[in-house]
Design a protein. Structure first.
Length: 211
């Protein structure tokens, strides 16, 4: 307690001497007034400029965010440009793919191809039948699993001709752009009145499509 009182006495003495000096000397008085004025100006300036600093900081953050967005957009534009280039380069392949696996059953198109193959090989189409195509919903019949989004149209073709022509017909059908998954192929032969043998080939399979 005595030490605290002693220190308090020293500080009070210093303060009293400083006040007395301040009153007697004009230069000290001017220096203190100048110092206080500068301090007040600095304090008021800080509070006046602070909103401006905050606004500038926010603008800088907004600029950084917009620059990042622009960078991402530039990357997307570049990716789209590359995708367009790849699409252009592979346009013919994509067109062939659309023909091989169309977006609908397109049974009439495939049957015309079958008729063309039969005519080219000297065979005769006796009959053609197709199963039901799934347009909406899910095909619940149990068949060989297909890739996601792919469906198959059942098709059966009866054709007659010589053994060699039927063999060539099968080979050409397998080489068509639109593939067929052959489930069965049955051959029957009957002897007609003119002692000629009629060979009938029945091919059953599935052709793919997507929807």
């Amino acid at each position: 307690m005595a030490i605290w009182r002693e220190q308090y006495g020293h500080y009070r003495k210093y303060l009293t001497n400083f006040v007395s000096l301040y009153k007697r000397r004009d230069d000290v008085k001017m220096f203190m007034e100048l110092l206080l004025s500068l301090g007040a100006i600095a304090l008021f300036s800080f509070f006046a400029i602070k909103p401006t600093f905050l606004t500038i900081a926010q603008l800088l953050r907004d600029i950084d965010a917009k620059n990042e967005t622009i960078s991402q957009l530039d990357q997307k534009i570049q990716n789209l440009s590359q995708a367009q280039t790849i699409f252009t380069q592979n346009r013919s392949a994509i067109s062939l793919l659309d023909t091989a696996v169309p977006e609908n059953p397109a049974a009439d198109v495939y049957l015309r191809q079958i008729e063309g193959v039969a005519k080219r090989n000297g065979t005769t189409v006796l009959g053609v039948s197709t199963g039901e195509a799934v347009i909406e919903g899910v095909d619940e019949t149990k068949k060989e699993e297909l890739p996601e989004g792919a469906h198959a149209l059942e098709i059966s073709v009866s054709i007659t001709g010589t053994y060699q022509s039927l063999q060539a017909f099968l080979k050409d059908v397998e080489n068509l752009l639109r593939p067929i998954s052959v489930d069965s192929a049955a051959v029957s032969a009957t002897t007609q009145e003119a002692q000629t043998t009629k060979i009938v080939l029945v091919v059953t399979g599935r052709i793919p499509y997507i929807r």
